[in-house]
Design a protein around this ligand. Structure first.
Ligand code: HEM
Length: 486
């Protein structure tokens, strides 16, 4: 087994920095390429690596393809990076792959959408009044500075210092900052964060082989969740036992300098949640079900695949059970092949069907594990009080981030082939109940049951995309190479 070069890997790959309660995601635009390269070169020595947990602050950095071009990389060099990264998130093809249509169309995004000057040609132009005036288009999103600090007292000086270094002498222009809610926020009984619809989140993550964290998992859980190093870090064997193509720069005498090693790709998507809409749907349908006091929580759990506490429906189909809140060692093939416990189309069963998508369990698990993502999201915006009737005044949602070495086979596959696919696993005309873009007359969701299945109607856009981009999160050595090679 290969040893992971932790000193060269950015810390965010191996950790979501849960002890860092404050985070700021700072978008920068290159103004002076030479100054920007100098700053990035100096930043390399301050970047938090995966060697040791930081106690007060962490700094990581990622770049878009346009950012690399703005630093001076030429077409030939950029062409060695992964195609989705090169093309960006807003091309007509990627809109289809990611389901970014209607209210989620990139033209409406606050950041990362197509530039006014054209760039990509949107297929479904949106009315002018839905386009935010102060939006930051993709051609201005070059560098993402990921800042984490233990608390606000540590964050404020860190943000000020890093911003002034980046913008000193006109190297960068600061274009946007995302500010997630401070952790710990709302915590579930299992001590995981709670997202805005009210569910515990983050219990199910793949674990990188050789990261040290794999040793902490045993038995069934290890078999299900330990993934090849190369699924998440370039330069190591992936789930096929092969090396995922790595970007490179030409070196002396026809050699290639591998700038992918110890790096990876980072997906960032700002996902606005319609919490009121979600609650309304659940209330309306549960109300129609009669006097059952648990009907609301049961329907909500059916949509997600876990109860509010986090307990998986596959384990406890009839009632929430706090003792199972962090359970992640379950499958579907044996206990629930037809979705009578956890519906086939529930969010977690689409996003990770585990052992259920091939006739043979072990093979199914192997295949599914070729499509895992490491989630690194944090919620933004205040909690919506229970009795609130409108949540359009303040935006709230999830700053969804995920890491994968192969954007197409991992993140995009999950989003397109599983979550957004109307025909997923013999379903018909429905999408992920949380993420889908339903038709104007409302979306559908099937709750399998015996003797008959029921269909929930009238699902609306519970999640709308407000911004997004693909980034490259380089290894530390590669960061230095990229800043000196141009
Ligand atoms: C606002 C949007 C979203 C919300 C509210 C949400 C909510 C949740 C919740 C409550 C869980 C269960 C907790 C856990 O298993 O860790 C979960 C799991 C998961 N979600 Fe999401 N999610 C969102 C977006 C996404 C997106 C965009 C993707 C990927 C395309 C995704 C992929 C996953 C995966 C892979 C799991 C783990 C499933 C498993 O291994 O069983 N989610 N999500």
């Amino acid at each position: 087994m290969s040893t992971i070069e932790r000193a060269d890997i950015q810390g965010f790959v191996l950790s979501g920095y849960a002890a860092m309660h404050e985070a700021r995601y700072v978008f920068l635009e290159v103004a002076d390429p030479a100054g920007a390269r100098r700053w990035l070169g100096e930043l390399a020595s301050r970047v938090t690596t995966a060697i040791a947990p930081e106690r007060v602050r962490c700094i990581n950095v990622a770049l878009t393809c346009r950012g690399l071009a703005a630093l001076g990389l030429g077409e030939a060099q950029l062409s060695t990076f992964a195609p989705p990264f090169q093309e960006g998130m807003t091309t007509p093809y990627r809109r289809r792959v990611l389901g970014d249509v209607g209210p989620s169309a990139p033209d409406t995004w606050a950041w990362g959408g197509p530039s006014a000057s054209g760039g990509t040609v949107p297929e479904d132009r949106v009315p002018e009044d839905r386009v935010p005036e102060d939006r930051v288009p993709e051609d201005r999103v070059h560098v993402l500075l990921l800042l984490f600090a233990r608390d606000l007292d540590a964050m404020e000086p860190l943000l000020e210092a890093e911003l002034s270094l980046a913008t000193a002498d006109g190297a960068f222009r600061h274009v946007h900052t995302l500010r997630p809610e401070p952790l710990p926020g709302r915590l579930s009984v299992g001590k995981f964060g709670v997202e805005h619809f009210g569910f515990a989140d983050g219990m199910s993550q793949p674990v990188i082989r050789g990261s040290g964290q794999d040793g902490k998992l045993a038995g069934e859980e290890a078999r299900r969740h330990v993934a090849a190093t190369g699924e998440f870090v370039l330069g190591y064997p992936n789930g096929y036992g092969e090396l995922t193509p790595s970007p490179w720069l030409p070196g002396p005498d026809g050699t290639k300098i591998d700038v992918g090693r110890n790096g990876t790709y980072l997906v960032v998507r700002q996902l606005k949640q319609d919490v009121h809409g979600f609650r309304e749907l659940v209330r309306a349908h549960a109300g129609a079900a009669g006097s059952d006091p648990d009907a609301e929580a049961r329907l909500a759990a059916k949509l997600v695949g876990r109860w509010y506490s986090g307990a998986p429906l596959a384990r406890t189909p009839h009632r929430d059970d706090a003792d199972l809140a962090t359970d992640n060692a379950f499958g579907y093939a044996e206990v629930d092949p037809y979705g009578e416990r956890c519906p086939i189309g529930a969010h977690i069963r689409r996003a990770n069907p585990r052992d259920s998508i091939a006739p043979e369990r072990a093979r199914a698990l192997e295949l599914t594990n070729l499509h895992r993502i490491l989630r690194r999201g944090r919620v933004y915006g205040p909690e919506l009080p229970d009795d609130a009737t409108d949540d359009d005044l303040v935006e709230r949602g999830l700053i969804f981030m995920c890491i994968s070495a192969n954007l197409e086979r991992q993140f995009e596959f999950v989003q397109q082939t599983w979550c957004n696919n109307p025909k997923f696993s013999n379903l018909y005309e429905e999408q992920d109940p949380l993420l889908g873009t339903p038709p104007p007359e409302g979306g559908l969701f099937t709750v399998q049951g015996s003797p008959i299945a029921t269909r929930v109607r009238g699902l609306t856009n519970f999640v709308t995309v407000r911004g997004g981009a693909y980034f490259f999160l380089p290894g530390v050595r590669a960061l230095l190479t990229l800043t000196t090679a141009t």
